[in-house]
Design a protein. Structure first.
Ligand SMILES: [Mn+2]
Length: 545
């Protein structure tokens, strides 16, 4: 089960968005094993937004890039412990998963314990200072076999572990010295009634008696003692070992560590773990703890799965595609070398729009076309073929439109076309830079990097007064994208001709076969298609100019 993104090109036009939406819908119908998510890698233009609004459909969501994220490698559902659990609960967990164990404080995430944290807790025993432990009286019977003879105050305390095994006089010296210093050890005694009496008189916080067969405590008056006495079933050596392990997990959570977000980049998280001191880090989605990642999680990089529609060139595609796994390409443009590691499904067809190809796939697979799907496909075809008027239009596009207008119940197709184009047709009041970049494609040809933007209008004469501001915007866009030159095609879809603006071409622009109206401005009668008419002319100029 995987998420597979279906995306059109950057600065998506109607065909890109509609074909991504309709193809994802088709794939979700045919393949129940995976989830196909239509996305777009740029802003919706006004006309596309209007089409989806009127159909009450959610348009494909914006996706910034398809670089690998942390989420797929997070170790989820691993066993967790609570801060109040004794250290013994960690032993089986670290035996099966040596990387890390998540720790909760009730329902709140408290921290992540790595094997290093556990090691350093025990390694402190070898330091010169006598180690102290924080004992919680209630935790002792969870670890140590035996029972309380008496449970008193305090409920918890910090101190070293001491054994009363030496001669009585020496023992008393030790105990008095510690009392003076304010140190409260947890005392462990075997069969030592005088020692026990001294500890009772000194009111130490807790006493553990070992060797339960000796009943030394029976000859001692325990009634005045305020602390706790635990009778251990284990011998002294084992009792000491288990007492250390009765310390609560919270005592190991001394250090706060960075928290990772599941949406962060795989490479960024990998770098943090490989260059930092942490061997594992917790991962969150917002405030919710998901699991953790250890260095081992980064051995294989998961790749985002992507289907490309309406384009096949890396530089026109969603950011980070070089890291992703391309599964399919459905397109009607020239093919310009995308490299893949695995064999993939490619369907490139010189039809008027990608939506026409998607229509043929619905028909080929016998997947019923609902009215909504028909409406989306019809908008994409109509937009890309300029209402079947573009020279890119084929017989298949006409068949598709005939079929789709019936399902979509569109009786007057020319009127439908005019309405569709009116949504985005007026240049009045629009930001020139946004308009230039809203449908802008970049190319690399003959060692030149260049871009071509296009917009559709219904009145070209009206457009001429905007030329100076468009030229300024085009030049700005060219330099921002680091391009050698940039072109902008303003297409009058009613009268079927275009104006062309050229920025940064220098003397090359004089080689265009088009009528030059003024420097950097050309009139292109009968030209509607960037792909089929303008791009070949640009390539010719670059070759011959
Ligand atoms: Mn297209």
């Amino acid at each position: 089960m995987a998420d597979i993104f279906v995306t059109g090109h950057r600065n998506p036009d109607m065909d890109s968005v509609c074909s991504a939406w309709a193809y994802a819908n088709l794939k979700n119908t045919l393949d129940k094993q995976n989830t196909y998510i239509p996305v777009r890698c740029g802003n919706l233009n006004d006309a596309t937004k209007a089409v989806f609004d009127q159909l009450s459909l959610t348009p494909p969501g914006f996706l910034k890039d398809v670089r690998s994220r942390l989420a797929p490698v997070v170790r989820r559902g691993e066993p967790m412990v609570d801060v109040s659990d004794p250290l013994t609960t960690l032993i089986p967990l670290f035996q099966t998963n040596p990387a890390a164990v998540g720790v909760m404080d009730g329902s709140r995430f408290a921290g992540l314990l790595t094997a290093e944290a556990v090691n350093s807790f025990f390694l402190q025993d070898s330091s010169k200072k006598r180690p102290s432990y924080h004992f919680v009286i209630d935790t002792i019977p969870k670890v140590l076999p035996g029972h309380f003879l008496k449970k008193g105050e305090p409920a918890e305390f910090t101190g070293p572990i001491a054994i009363g095994a030496m001669k009585y006089e020496l023992f008393c010296e030790h105990m008095d010295a510690w009392s003076k210093e304010g140190v409260s050890p947890l005392w462990v005694f075997g069969d030592r009634d005088r020692h026990l009496q001294k500890a009772i008189d000194t009111q130490v916080p807790c006493i553990v008696l070992t060797g339960s067969q000796y009943k030394a405590y029976e000859s001692v008056d325990l009634s005045r003692f305020k602390g706790s006495i635990f009778l251990s079933d284990a011998d002294t050596s084992e009792t000491l070992r288990l007492l250390r392990l009765s310390v609560q997990v919270r005592e190991l959570l001394k250090e706060s560590m960075p928290r990772l977000e599941d949406e962060m980049l795989f490479d960024e998280a990998k770098n943090m773990l490989h260059t930092g001191k942490y061997r594992a880090l917790p991962v969150f989605h917002g405030n919710q703890y998901l699991g953790f990642v250890s260095r081992r999680c980064f051995m294989d990089k998961p790749r985002t799965k992507v289907i490309l529609v309406d384009h096949n060139e890396l530089q026109q595609s969603i950011s980070g595609l070089e890291e992703a796994e391309i599964l399919e390409i459905i397109d009607h443009h020239r093919v310009d070398g995308i490299h893949t590691d695995q064999p993939i499904y490619i369907l490139c067809n010189p039809l008027g729009s990608t939506c026409t190809i998607v229509w043929t796939l619905y028909r080929r697979q016998w997947v019923p076309l609902t009215k909504k799907v028909a409406q989306v496909l019809l908008a994409g075809i109509t937009s890309d073929t300029v209402g079947l008027k573009s020279p890119t239009t084929t017989e298949t596009d006409r068949q598709a439109v005939k079929d789709l207008t019936e399902i979509a119940e569109v009786a007057d197709y020319p009127a439908y076309t005019e309405t569709l184009f009116s949504y985005g047709a007026s240049l009045v009041g629009k930001d020139p830079l946004m308009l230039v970049e809203s449908d802008f494609k970049t190319y690399q040809e003959k060692g030149m990097q260049f871009g071509i933007g296009q917009c559709e209008v219904t009145m070209l004469d009206d457009s001429r007064r905007f030329v100076p501001s468009f030229f300024e915007a085009l030049e700005k866009s060219r330099s921002q994208h680091g391009l050698d030159f940039a072109l902008f095609l303003i297409t009058d879809i009613v009268h079927e001709n275009s104006l062309l603006l050229a920025a940064g071409m220098g003397t090359l622009e004089s080689h265009f076969a088009y009528e030059r109206v003024s420097p950097h401005l050309f009139f292109l009668p009968g030209v509607l298609s960037r792909k089929k008419q303008l791009l070949p002319e640009v390539v010719r100029v670059l070759e011959e100019g």
